[in-house]
Design a protein around this ligand. Sequence first.
Ligand SMILES: NC(=O)c1ccc[n+]([C@@H]2O[C@H](COP(=O)([O-])OP(=O)(O)OC[C@H]3O[C@@H](n4cnc5c(N)ncnc54)[C@H](O)[C@@H]3O)[C@@H](O)[C@H]2O)c1
Ligand SMILES: [Fe+2]
Length: 405
Amino acid sequence: MLPFSLKVLFFKFFQLLLKWSTKILTFRTPELFSGPGSSLQLCEHIATRTGVKNLLIVTDAMLVKIGLLKAMQDRLTELGVRWVVYDGVLPNPTIDQIETGLGLLKKEGCTAILAIGGGSSIDAAKVIAARARNPHKVVHMAGLMRVLFKPMPLYAVPTTAGTGSEVTIAAVVSDPSTTRKFAIMDPKLVPVGAALDGALMAGLPSPITSATGMDALTHAVEAYISRNHTPMTDAEALEATRLIMQNLPTAVREGSNIEARQNMAVASFKAGVAFTTAGVGYVHAIAHNFGAYYHLPHGLANAIILPYVLDFSKPECTDRLAKLAEVSGLASGGESALQLADKFIAHVRALNAEFGIPTKVDKLKAGDIPAITDKALSEAHWTYAVPRYMDKPEFEAFVAQMLPA
Ligand SMILES: NC(=O)c1ccc[n+]([C@@H]2O[C@H](COP(=O)([O-])OP(=O)(O)OC[C@H]3O[C@@H](n4cnc5c(N)ncnc54)[C@H](O)[C@@H]3O)[C@@H](O)[C@H]2O)c1
Ligand SMILES: [Fe+2]
């Protein structure tokens, strides 16, 4: 068996290839509408500029129930676009939910898709769009660059801030038959248009606001400390971090503050731009498994795991964590990089405490840790350019820190 240090060289070489590939493949970003009310501008764009006449709206039942789609549906109807709603998406969407949506799309003869919702709805819509134009099953698209043909045109209106799925190359899918949550990553999945409409987020309950906001923060931080960062991803990640630190506590306390909501929507998009090129890291690799095993909401899982991973990674990214502390407004002058890095990690813990996010994972079972470790490491090591690596025994002990007391 190869010693771990040699394996790490292979991982680093593979990740360097990925970094080079992102220089060649410039990732498209969606045509963007931004600001309160911009979701209606996107509907006007679809109706008047794209020639789409028959649209599948992919969403979840809760959003239909609270009437979040109504204004967009009315505008589309006024402008002569027929729409049909698929509202069967649930948090951590499954292959079955995607196949059911695809069935409706085919039955109704839709030619484009509008996703309205959180990351779950947008991810499900991305895969429905890919399935509509590709012969492959969902599992065969798992991994990097496995979507052969251009998907059906997809438009996205995020209602959480969030996953950044409206701009990323990723779609995350759960397969309950194998307790696996996997990512499909392909630049072809980036939506062709998106609207960042903070007004749609005014009614997002505060626990979902805080968890999804911590997901956006995790994207920014993991992209910033990734070895595959670039000057572009650094700028986007730092600006996203600044906006999140300034606006997330307000958005959680005062949900109807549209300025804070809009700033969070922009931050989530920017964090998505950053991680779509620089990648994420161990936090996401573990969080995907906590989602698959225990149905932990994605943002909540990230929020719990983030400070642990930052403590572990700190020796290899102290200066970068110090810079994150600076843009978070935590520097008072004269501190060393190490002191600033510690301040940043302590601040992430303090935010979690303020939001009532626990430090342990209630449902985590010691007996699951070896399998979680295998899955998380196979996701992370060939894809994520983490600043500091763990081998299997170290990773098992690391995850065990999150066992309930
Ligand atoms: N594609 C990517 O790049 C990417 C990145 C990170 C995470 N993800 C994936 O995204 C999924 C999580 O998405 P999410 O965190 O946005 O949550 P979600 O889409 O699962 O939604 C969570 C809950 O919030 C509710 N909700 C959403 N918007 C609302 C609103 N405006 N008002 C009231 N309720 C609202 C939904 O009904 C749902 O019950 C996970 O599967 C995760 O793995 C994808
Ligand atoms: Fe995420």
